[in-house]
Design a protein around this ligand. Structure first.
Ligand SMILES: *[C@@H]1O[C@H](CO)[C@@H](O)[C@H](O)[C@H]1NC(C)=O
Ligand SMILES: CC(=O)N[C@H]1CO[C@H](CO)[C@@H](O)[C@@H]1O
Length: 303
């Protein structure tokens, strides 16, 4: 019965956006009372109603009162992933600032008890948007910088290396962050330092696996990136190698996961000369010859 009432809802002009909060609250209460969620018969009728009011819907779901509530988050994720929800997805792309506020605690009104969930939820939404639109994050400077800083903070790595300090449902956060940043990198492959930073995923013990990152490095970077890109990556690596503030393990990972596989793939394909030097005679020692750079600056850095 409740489902048929909802089916009617999106046909009734009198039911307006002002009722969104009440209706959603009611439906989620019913689901909770009946202990049904994924298979609930109310989900789709409610969705058909909500997609008519994308901005009001997102306003309610990302509001200070509901933004960090798990059941609301799960329902919105269902909506955002649904094939009928183009209107919501388009509107969500306009919410970059809102997502930024949610991630940076710039909304003091959010209950602190919901803070972790709010961060998780904001990252989840960013991930869903980037999966759908690979260029979107490149236009969200603040958001991108915040997520990148999060990944580069020691605190983040300390927290997520221990499963007892993170709620079970938040174990996926490192993988979500890497996935978001990698998707940005794929559209901005000249941001080599970002790819280097992502090699922190292989330091220590994160709970999630980063198989997709390994595959990207092995298949895409090593096998399809140009010799010019690889030369640039190498010279960026040499600079980073000489920076004593960068931890050894990160340097080792960049070498192991990016530089060596990339160079090996090029050598196998006979691109060796292009890679080694852009000079016409690659065997002459020159600062541009990466073999001599490697020997002089990486293997014998004290000379
Ligand atoms: C993706 O995002 C960009 C930047 O926000 C926007 O201009 C573009 O229209 C979006 N593309 C699609 C297919 O939604
Ligand atoms: C532009 C784009 O890729 N849109 C897709 C986003 O994802 C939904 C499904 O989740 C597709 O139906 C859209 O076509």
């Amino acid at each position: 019965l409740a489902a048929s009432i909802l089916v009617l809802f999106h046909r009734l002009p009198a039911v307006s956006s002002r009722n969104i909060e009440k209706i959603v609250t009611k439906v989620l209460e019913i689901e909770q009372a009946l202990l049904i969620e994924a298979g609930s018969p109310l989900r789709e009728p409610l969705l058909k109603f909500l997609i008519q009011f994308p901005s009001e819907t997102l306003g309610v779901f990302m509001s200070t009162s509901h933004g960090g509530m798990e059941q609301w988050c799960r329902y919105l994720e269902y909506v955002v992933r649904h094939p009928l929800s183009d209107s919501i997805r388009d509107e969500l792309e306009n919410c970059g600032d809102r997502l930024y506020y949610m991630l940076t605690d710039a909304c003091p009104n959010f209950a602190t008890s919901h803070r972790d969930q709010l961060h998780f939820f904001a990252l989840r939404l960013v991930l869903l948007i980037t999966r759908n639109n690979s260029t979107w994050l490149g236009r969200q400077d603040n958001l991108l910088l915040t997520i990148r800083n999060l990944w580069n903070s020691e605190e983040f790595h300390k927290t997520h290396h221990k499963c007892d300090s993170v709620e079970y449902s938040h174990w996926k956060i490192p993988r979500m962050v890497v996935s978001i940043l990698l998707s940005y990198f794929k559209s901005n492959p000249n941001d080599i330092s970002l790819l280097f930073e992502l090699m922190k995923a292989f330091i220590g013990r994160f709970i999630p696996e980063f198989q997709f990152l390994r595959e990207f490095l092995g298949e895409t970077v090593a096998k399809s990136y140009s010799p010019e890109w690889k030369r640039q990556a190498f010279s960026d690596f040499v600079l980073l190698f000489e920076d004593v503030s960068v931890e050894q393990e990160l340097k080792a990972n960049i070498l192991q996961y990016i530089i060596i596989p990339s160079f090996s793939a090029s050598f196998e394909r006979g691109e060796g000369d292009l890679l080694i030097s852009n000079m016409p005679t690659p065997d002459i020692e020159s600062p541009n010859n990466i073999v001599s750079v490697f020997i002089n600056r990486v293997m014998n850095p004290d000379d």
